[in-house]
Design a protein around this ligand. Structure first.
Ligand SMILES: *Cc1c(COP(=O)(O)O)cnc(C)c1O
Length: 390
């Protein structure tokens, strides 16, 4: 699709491919394999010829292709490959780019399972990872080794909304000869396009805002065709590809992506401002607040502060649990990015498996609450939190 189309237009139009029936809504191709006209065509398709016709849904599927093309248009990427989940996107990227003896530099403020993947799984295959502060460019620089192949970060980070300087880290990665991968799950291309700031790869958990309604799992890797082809090579053989059904659900979810991101961000900013003034709240973490330490950087990279607001309540775990348990509207769940607001106590859930020392080092205190702001009225959300905040 033409590059000059705006995000909202691309969200509803990009990637659509119609069959001979002329269906207006994108078709769901629930088929594991595709039929060939004859043995010669089968042989050509299997060898990748015939203009890359469809063979088997582990390799590719028309509904999945539409999802990939729409997301690529939104991110401004040359290529996109879909995965079964956000974690399989990170795994596939690592398996495609790394081998035993290679080194990864990873932000210490990334999704919990990402830390586990590098620390406990990839380490068994001879891949070493150094964790560094996301905002200290000199720490990334110092961690570089001749074997460093991948820089991995998430911005803004979950749950504390720390913002990384993508352009500065892209320069360090380039000099080191490493690939910079940015997990863009929290902003999505409606708010932030990491490739424009020099990232080599963008990673998505489509489970979050791309679907937006908490229905299915999915993921994606985007970037240059050369890099994405390497990731595709792993996926096609190893198997963690996106199902056609999930691709179809997410494709439809993406049609309201920009609308949702803007509306949810607006509500999040209002909640953050209200919480910042609340006498029972010690601190608010939201990159859209002027008081956020990286407010200027967030403003440069992101269109809004996003829809995740975290805050420390006075009184530690007991007070935090009271706020959570007093809610009647907001869902107590680990997921985020839904149109339904969700509330989480990171120290005892998403970050419960790491040691108390590591938790403290990451700035995740016992009084911390993560709020993923949905589409409910702000007045109702405030009333719901007020019950336990007192
Ligand atoms: C949820 C999440 C993931 C993992 O995605 P899944 O789809 O659950 O596998 C990775 N990164 C971030 C930032 C996430 O929020």
């Amino acid at each position: 699709m033409k590059k000059q189309y705006e995000t909202s237009t691309l969200g509803v139009r990009a990637g659509t491919a119609r069959t001979e029936f002329g269906e207006h809504s994108e078709a769901l191709f629930l088929t594991s394999s595709f039929v060939f006209e004859n043995a010669e065509q089968a042989a050509a398709r299997f060898s990748g010829g015939e203009g890359g016709g469809f063979v088997y849904s582990r390799f590719s599927n028309p509904t999945v292709t539409m999802f990939q093309d729409r997301l690529a248009a939104l991110e401004g990427a040359e290529a996109c490959v879909a995965t079964a989940s956000g974690m399989s996107a990170i795994l596939a990227t690592s398996m495609a780019l790394l081998k035993a003896g290679d080194h990864v530099i990873c932000s210490n403020a990334v999704f919990g399972a990402t830390v586990q993947l590098y620390l406990t799984i990839l380490s068994r295959f001879g891949i070493e990872t150094t964790f560094v502060s996301p905002n200290k460019v000199e720490e990334w620089q110092r961690a570089v080794r001749p074997t460093t192949k991948l820089f991995f970060l998430e911005t803004p980070s979950n749950p504390l909304g720390g913002v990384c300087d993508i352009a500065a880290l892209a320069a360090v990665a380039k000099k080191a000869g490493a690939v910079l991968a940015v997990d863009n799950a929290l902003c999505t291309p409606a708010l932030q396009k990491p490739l424009e700031f020099g990232a080599d790869l963008v990673i998505h958990s489509a489970t979050k805002y791309l679907d937006g309604q908490g229905r299915v799992l999915g993921g994606a890797v985007l970037g240059s065709k050369a890099l994405v082809d390497l990731v595709y090579g792993f996926l096609r053989t190893a198997g963690p590809t996106l199902s056609a059904f999930n691709a179809w659900v997410i494709l439809k979810g993406m049609e309201t992506l920009e609308l949702r991101m803007l509306a949810q961000s607006e509500r999040a900013l209002e909640m953050a401002r209200w919480l910042e003034k609340h006498p029972k709240v010690a601190r608010v973490y939201y990159p859209g607040l002027e008081s956020h330490p990286q407010y200027a950087l967030a403003k440069k990279q992101q269109r809004t502060g996003g829809a995740i607001v975290s805050f420390d309540v006075k009184g530690g775990k007991e007070a935090a649990w009271k706020v959570i348990d007093s809610t009647k509207l907001i869902s107590i769940t680990g997921n985020l990015g839904d149109v339904k607001s969700t509330i989480t106590h990171p120290a005892t859930t998403t970050h419960g498996r790491i040691t108390p020392e590591a938790r403290a080092a990451a700035g995740i205190g016992d009084g911390l609450i993560r709020l993923s702001v949905g589409l409910e009225a702000v007045s109702d959300l405030k009333a719901d939190l007020s019950q336990g905040l007192g």
